[in-house]
Write a protein that binds this ligand. Sequence first.
Ligand code: 5GP
Ligand code: MG
Ligand code: MG
Length: 180
Amino acid sequence: MPQRPYAIDQLISAKAIAARIEDLAREIAAEFAGTDKLVVVGLLRGSFVFIADLVREIDLPVEVDFLEASSYGDATESSREVRILKDLRAAIEGRDVLLVEDIVDTGHTLNHVTRYLLTRKPHRLKTIALLDKPSRREVDFKADWIGFSIPDEFVVGYGIDFAQRNRNLPYIGKVRFSED
Ligand code: 5GP
Ligand code: MG
Ligand code: MG
């Protein structure tokens, strides 16, 4: 990958993302008002741009941490196994935690990671994803906040890659192959 030439069509502009993040950050700050220090956890690597913009709009004391989960690309459809490749540095027991993801697709990743984090007994655990593809869901997972709901398209940009490229695009684009 990438196997063939492709073009990228803009789906969500940088301006629209920034405006949506301002609203989301206000809701998050209201939800966690009075917290001592919110632990904002980014799921590597796709969330790195989103978390960077999001925390700068959240008017609360925050700590930033990261967690990396394996994709289940090589697992069978039925097992959909998700493994933790890089764990948190922060101890989250009794603390307020916001888990930040790029895309909820089948729902397996966030379903697994939230269950995993809940075993650490946080005081509160909420989830946010920039993008949601509800038509692709295989497990019943609902994030507390979603930036944008999108159709079943392969997207890149704003931290999200295609074979480790295009993460540095400032907008969300959909990939179109030349034969399309
Ligand atoms: P889920 O476990 O919900 O199926 O998987 C979510 C993960 O699949 C996302 O965090 C992301 O890494 C990947 N993914 C889902 N849709 C897309 C897409 O359109 N583009 C890219 N690059 N990754 C995607
Ligand atoms: Mg991801
Ligand atoms: Mg990826």
